[in-house]
Design a protein around this ligand. Structure first.
Ligand SMILES: [Zn+2]
Length: 63
């Protein structure tokens, strides 16, 4: 995972070790984000819709 090298601002230990509450909170938050880190499912869906719309528009223009 990407947080392996992340150092906590509170205890200066690797966040992955979960030594303090800040570490544990960060670790839980990062684990919930999944492979697209930071992008919410809604944002991903919106991106997909825009992509499909662009492909459809391009297909109509070149045909
Ligand atoms: Zn910490």
């Amino acid at each position: 995972m990407t947080y392996d090298r992340l150092v906590c601002a509170n205890c200066a230990a690797p966040v992955s070790e979960g030594r303090c509450p800040v570490c544990r909170a960060n670790r839980e938050r990062l684990e919930q984000e999944g492979p697209f880190g930071g992008l919410s499912p809604v944002a991903l869906l919106a991106l997909l819709v825009i992509l499909v719309a662009a492909v459809v528009l391009l297909a109509h223009q070149t045909a």
